[in-house]
Design a protein around this ligand. Sequence first.
Ligand SMILES: NC(=O)c1ccc[n+]([C@@H]2O[C@H](COP(=O)([O-])OP(=O)(O)OC[C@H]3O[C@@H](n4cnc5c(N)ncnc54)[C@H](O)[C@@H]3O)[C@@H](O)[C@H]2O)c1
Length: 336
Amino acid sequence: MSVLLTGAAGFIGYHVAEALLARGETVLGVDNLTPYYDPALKQARLDRLLRHERFRFERLDLADQAGVLRVADDNPGIDRIVHLAAQAGVRHSMVDPHAYVSSNVMGHLCVLELARRMGQELRHLVYASSSSVYGGNESLPFSEADRVDRPLSLYAATKRADELMSHAYAHLYGVRQTGLRFFTVYGPWGRPDMAYYSFAEAILAGREITVYDDGMVRRDFTYVDDIVHGVVGALDHPPSHPADGGPPVRVLNIGNNRSEPISAVIALLEQGLGHKAVIRYTARPVADVADTCANVDQIADLTGFAPSTPLAVGMPKFIAWFRAWKGINTLPDASA
Ligand SMILES: NC(=O)c1ccc[n+]([C@@H]2O[C@H](COP(=O)([O-])OP(=O)(O)OC[C@H]3O[C@@H](n4cnc5c(N)ncnc54)[C@H](O)[C@@H]3O)[C@@H](O)[C@H]2O)c1
């Protein structure tokens, strides 16, 4: 039996693949290696996965329904799907909105259609949603029961659309699913478009960074190893039909349950890279939310999820990887 993993060349997908392979699973990874950020980083992640005998890879656009069905036909034995492929990034959805609907809405539909066709062969479909579905929600921490009908970006709207489409497929066809609302994931092999990574690059190069609202924008930064535990734990606990006869589907927050200001990230980057940041402060863009924090009681109860990596531990691990990736082997100069 094997796992179909979409977005395998992506940041979270790469780490989930490593974890599944480490526990003896066979993994079929798919990804279309979009050039949204440096494809060399995606290829480097993939090259590491391809060293495993039990990992196979197909380059595929998930919006291609015939291609998705063909890949499943060519690789019998799939009994679970972890669907992480997406066009990520909140602000970029103002630049290239069509990419979001193609990858996140059409791509999700094609995965759902595959799941529908697989019927009882499919034990569980776990897919990525996002904390952005909470929009401007001000009641912290965000709980799964909170309103999610006021997205602040098209990206958030596509992720909410995924949750709604998944609910319909669970109701109509009994596809057992868990949607995971990720909260700002960071760590080694991370995404260059995310603030912590782009700040690291700018600080090293002595370039100015733009920081919103005096560095007081807050995020529930979640270390990638904690996320991986949650994804794999969720995969191992498919929902059954609830007692009320409802569909076998749920959405769960997956975060660190601790909101921290971006100024704390900058301080850790300065320390780890040995350079002071040159900061320009400005107002927060309209697509960005002020604060996020996950209530993780539900995923904790269902899977034993217990995030254990504070920012002060996880960010130095990112920096160590970042230095190696950039070929910087010298120790940071504390006086710089
Ligand atoms: N990293 C975070 O903080 C975060 C937060 C909330 C939600 N998420 C969600 O988690 C998932 C994984 O995110 P990530 O940080 O690893 O992003 P990522 O961009 O590193 O990985 C996504 C991968 O999907 C691939 N992809 C995009 N469109 C595709 C398509 N049409 N067909 C096939 N492959 C396609 C990309 O090439 C990429 O490798 C995404 O669904 C994202 O929206 C991530």
